[in-house]
Design a protein around this ligand. Structure first.
Ligand SMILES: Cc1cc2nc3c(=O)[nH]c(=O)nc-3n(C[C@H](O)[C@H](O)[C@H](O)COP(=O)(O)OP(=O)(O)OC[C@H]3O[C@@H](n4cnc5c(N)ncnc54)[C@H](O)[C@@H]3O)c2cc1C
Length: 382
């Protein structure tokens, strides 16, 4: 959506396909990072955007065996909004799509699922899709795969993938809460278990980590056992959690970290999770996808306008984004090996001491989460 908006703003005729009829998915996370808020500022949209209901997270705390440990501090970031805005992603996407629709050269096709790449002489020249009106084909000078971590574009393109095994999956559920209850930690580690609680005003979006492939075994132990574990980690969810009375209210989200060796081929580019699936560790995947979109718009807009887009342009995009993506994915792999590996979540004592006593470390982590390495800027677009 961000790439579609930026290209339309630059004058390019652009069509965005979304297979669902709305943006009401809750599997993507809700984080609008300081770097994204800064982009909104550079686009002149931040004041209006921040009118939408959201919560502001200025630092991140972890509850470690019931003791609060400060992890990340955003208070000194070199941006206008020094916080992560927690906002349902459907609000963010609706906002962006409304702005993009102001350009007559922007087209958003909802309930339209890309099914096939169309090729001519070894080059991608468009896509086939299904929609409620039937099958359609869309010709394109260039196709950009932005279809997430189960990307069909990437599969159809046959681009080679490097898979970094991740030992965890996530159980994703809503736990009702009292709206007045605030100021909880974001992450919880207790007796080797790890969980995230995202405050969505009248409920917590809960992400509970399990070892990969263990969902059936957890089900066999029964819902009450899972509820007890969660209450042990966060006693304040109390009796609310008993309202979860069926496994149907709990989704299994598969976590992966992988990366295409080459993000492009003639007529095609992949960005975001389609190019490099991110784990939820650090809650940075959305930020990376948006940064990719800004870089892609920067390099693609002019060549698309004057008909000179080529693989060399895409190579520049991959080169520009590879270092930040590599650094963040390496940090996620490290976190999954050493801290949250599905079997026994724990933080080394020396690291806990450093988090408690070295403010610069918390600011560094805040920078990596809030901005990411080498953040992109709108003013680089013409
Ligand atoms: C459990 C979990 C929690 C996470 N929490 C966070 C978090 O809190 N913060 C964070 O920054 N990151 C989080 N992440 C990572 C984050 O979700 C991704 O990195 C990010 O969403 C990638 O954005 P994207 O636009 O590339 O793909 P997506 O957000 O996955 O978007 C892809 C879009 O393409 C559409 N689509 C798919 N296939 C087709 C098709 N064939 N035709 C048409 N449309 C199609 C989908 O419906 C979807 O709208 C989490 C990941 C997981 C697994």
């Amino acid at each position: 959506m961000m790439l579609g908006y930026l290209l339309a703003r630059a004058g390019v005729d652009v069509t965005v396909l979304e297979k669902h009829g709305d943006f009401l998915r809750d599997f993507r996370g809700d984080t609008i990072h300081p770097s994204t808020l800064e982009l909104m500022h550079e686009l002149g949209l931040d004041a209006e955007f921040l009118q939408l209901p959201h919560q502001e997270l200025r630092s991140v705390n972890l509850s470690l065996n019931a003791r609060m440990v400060p992890v990340a501090d955003f208070s000194r970031l070199p941006v206008h909004s020094r916080f992560i805005a927690f906002m349902p992603q459907w609000d963010f996407l609706s906002f962006l799509s409304d702005k993009a629709r102001q350009y007559p050269n922007f087209h958003l096709l909802m309930q339209t699922e890309m099914t096939d790449l169309i090729r001519q002489n070894g080059r991608v020249v468009g896509v086939r899709a299904t929609s409620p009106a039937g099958e359609l084909t869309i010709d394109a000078d260039w196709v950009v795969g932005t279809d997430g971590r189960h990307s069909r574009v990437r599969k159809q393109a046959g681009l080679p993938v490097q898979d970094f095994q991740v030992p965890i999956d996530v159980l994703w559920m809503r736990i009702p809460k009292d709206p007045a209850q605030t100021d909880q930690a974001l992450g919880y580690i207790d007796r080797g278990q790890f969980m995230v609680l995202i405050d969505r005003h009248d409920y917590f979006q809960c992400g509970y980590l399990i070892p990969k492939g263990q969902f059936d075994a957890i089900k066999q132990r029964g819902l009450a056992a899972l509820q007890d574990t969660i209450v042990r980690m966060a006693p304040f969810v109390g009796e609310h959690i008993r309202q979860l009375d069926s496994w149907d209210q709990i989704s299994l989200l598969t976590v992966k970290i992988d990366r295409l060796r080459q993000w492009y081929q003639p007529g095609l580019l992949c960005i975001g999770d389609a190019a490099h699936a991110m784990s939820p560790a650090g809650g940075v995947g959305i930020n990376m996808a948006i940064q990719d979109a800004v870089a892609a718009a920067h390099y693609l807009a002019e060549p698309l306008l004057n008909g000179t887009v080529s693989e060399a342009v895409c190579q520049r995009i991959q080169r520009r984004r590879l270092l930040p993506v590599r650094l963040i994915q390496s940090a996620q792999i490290f976190v999954h090996r050493r801290i949250i590996n599905g079997q026994n979540a724990s933080v080394p004592a020396g690291f806990v001491w450093a988090l408690n006593h070295i403010p610069a470390l918390r600011r560094f982590i805040g920078h990596m989460i809030g901005m990411g390495p080498r953040p992109e800027h709108i003013d680089r677009l013409h």
